[in-house]
Each structure stands twice: as structure tokens, then as C-alpha cells.
Ligand binder design. Structure first.
Ligand SMILES: NC(=O)c1ccc[n+]([C@@H]2O[C@H](COP(=O)([O-])OP(=O)(O)OC[C@H]3O[C@@H](n4cnc5c(N)ncnc54)[C@H](OP(=O)(O)O)[C@@H]3O)[C@@H](O)[C@H]2O)c1
Length: 254
């Protein structure tokens, strides 16, 4: 049987790499991207016995998204899993009373516009294939954040971009439901990657203070195993579903 194929944007490192490695170990052919060269991550996945293609593309740029889409269509017969994972934090955490438009534009372009229009490209392709191949069951997974709902006034641009991903998930889940293409959102909590390395002391303290019901840092594998469950069809009567992978942070407590 042909291997299923998964594209993980930002699969070059961090959460995306964790997802790619997990899927590759479970017999998916994975396609990883980075803004920069992803060949060393590809080599690592191959060393672990996985099959991997790697491309670099700036997801915020229309021409890069189109080029990536065309390359993938030439390289693989069909895409079974699209994971919109690539994203950035603001270069500087700045109070919303002072934060710059430049940072806002950058965050929205990379974290929201990029995945929104990349999904449009692949969703149309999935619809075409789905009409012809009855056994084809593609799925889309968006990586948002607890910042979709939790206010951080020192990075409003990030929060708004991630809240946008939550609405994007609902919109595509709704629109693609008639074609049998489910769309899911994973809201990670605090995950140990390059993105959080600069604020490690702050989160170490929050974890020891009990802000997170499960008292540990999240790791990329936590997200990866959730993606694996979704991709493997473990949620057959759901779409638009939000999966909290945040150590219980989303719970309200009295
Ligand atoms: N870490 C957390 O605690 C946390 C929590 C909640 C949500 N998230 C979300 O999870 C996702 C992954 O986060 P992470 O912690 O793994 O981040 P990371 O370690 O900083 O990795 C980010 C990945 O995104 C890629 N990327 C950045 N800008 C891009 C662009 N313009 N075009 C294409 N790719 C681009 C990077 O490419 P290069 O490697 O080439 O730079 C990298 O591979 C993000 O969407 C993030 O917002 C993270």
C-alpha cells in the first residue's frame, strides 16, 4: 500500500520537527519546510528510518507558497495530511501601548496569512482528488496556541495571529465538511523549543507555582502524538475540534 504523505510547515525544528519525526516513524512519508534550509532535519529523519522531502519557503510570501505547492504536487501523488505549524513570536515582546505596526504586519503575515492561503491551495487540490478517489481521506491540522484565548499584553500581535488561526480552523472545517475533509486545531501550551528558550526562567517559575495543572514543560512529542491520533482517524465524527495540549492550562479553577 502507498505510504500516506504529510506536509509539516516549519518541520525543520521545534514542534514541527517533532511532528515530522513521529509521523515518519509511523510510516508516513513526510515533507518538511523551513524558512531556511531544512536538509539537516531531513537527514535526521532519514537516519531514524523515515522517508522525507525538504523544501525551504517563506510562508508569508505568495510566490514561495505557490512554488512550494507546485513542487509538492510534482513530487507526490497526493497529500494526506497538512499541518500548518510554521510560526514566529515577535522579535521583541512589547506592551500593546507601544508595540509597532511592523511587528504586527510580520506576525499576521507569517502566522495567519501564510497558513490561510497555503490551506486554500491544498484544500482545492484535496477537493479535486477526493472527487476522483473515494478512499482518499485527507485532514488538515492547524497549530495555534493558548494565546488564541489567553491575553498577553506584551505580545498582542502574536495573540491576534493565533486567535485568527482559531477562526481559520472553524471556517475551513465548515467549508470543507461537504467534501469530507476534517480540519482540527491544536492549542499547545508552553512547549520547550527555540521559541520559548529565551523566556525559560519565566515559565520555569510559572510551572513550579502550579499555573499548569500538569506540572512540567510540554515537549514537541506531546503535540506530535496528538497529530498522529488525528491523522490516524481517531476522531472520525469531529471537525473544527480544538485539542488542548497544554497540561490543563485552559481549565478554569476556583
Ligand atoms: N513553543 C511553544 O511554546 C508554542 C506554544 C504554542 C504554540 N506554538 C506554535 O507552534 C508552532 C511551532 O513553534 P516552535 O516552538 O516549534 O517554533 P520554532 O522552534 O521557533 O520553529 C518555528 C518553525 O517555523 C518556521 N518558520 C518561521 N517563520 C517562517 C516563515 N516565514 N516561513 C516558513 N517557515 C517559517 C521556522 O523555520 P526556520 O527553522 O527555517 O527558521 C521553524 O522551522 C508555531 O506556530 C508556534 O506559534 C508554540
Amino acid at each position: 500500500m502507498e505510504k500516506k504523505c504529510a506536509l509539516i510547515t516549519g518541520g525543520r525544528r521545534g514542534i514541527g520537527f517533532g511532528i515530522a519525526l513521529e509521523l515518519a516513524k509511523h510510516n508516513y512519508r513526510v515533507i518538511i519546510t523551513g524558512k531556511t534550509d531544512a536538509s539537516s532535519a531531513k537527514a535526521e529523519i532519514e537516519k531514524a528510518g523515515g522517508e522525507c522531502l525538504a523544501y525551504s519557503a517563506d510562508i508569508s510570501k505568495k510566490e514561495d507558497r505557490l512554488e512550494l505547492f507546485n513542487k509538492i504536487n510534482s513530487a507526490v501523488p497526493r497529500l494526506d495530511v497538512l499541518v500548518n505549524n510554521a510560526g514566529i513570536a515577535p522579535k521583541v515582546r512589547a506592551d500593546i501601548l507601544e508595540a509597532t505596526e511592523e511587528s504586527f504586519d510580520e506576525l499576521i503575515s507569517v502566522n495567519l496569512k501564510g497558513p490561510y492561503f497555503l490551506t486554500q491551495l491544498f484544500a482545492n487540490r484535496m477537493i479535486e482528488k477526493k472527487k476522483k478517489e473515494k478512499d482518499y481521506s485527507p485532514v488538515i491540522v492547524n497549530i495555534s496556541s493558548v494565546s488564541s484565548f489567553a491575553s498577553s499584553t506584551n505580545r498582542g500581535d502574536y495573540c491576534i495571529s493565533k486567535a485568527g488561526i482559531s477562526m481559520m480552523t472553524k471556517l475551513y472545517a465548515d467549508r470543507l465538511s461537504e467534501f469530507g475533509i476534517p480540519v482540527f486545531e491544536i492549542q499547545p501550551g508552553i512547549i520547550a523549543t527555540d521559541m520559548t528558550s529565551g523566556v525559560k526562567a519565566k515559565y520555569d517559575k510559572m510551572i513550579s507555582d502550579g499555573v499548569f495543572p500538569i506540572k512540567r514543560w510540554g515537549v514537541p512529542e506531546d503535540i506530535a502524538r496528538t497529530v498522529l491520533a488525528i491523522a490516524g482517524g481517531c476522531l472520525p465524527y469531529s471537525t473544527g475540534q480544538v485539542l488542548h495540549v497544554d497540561g490543563g492550562f485552559h481549565l478554569r479553577r476556583l
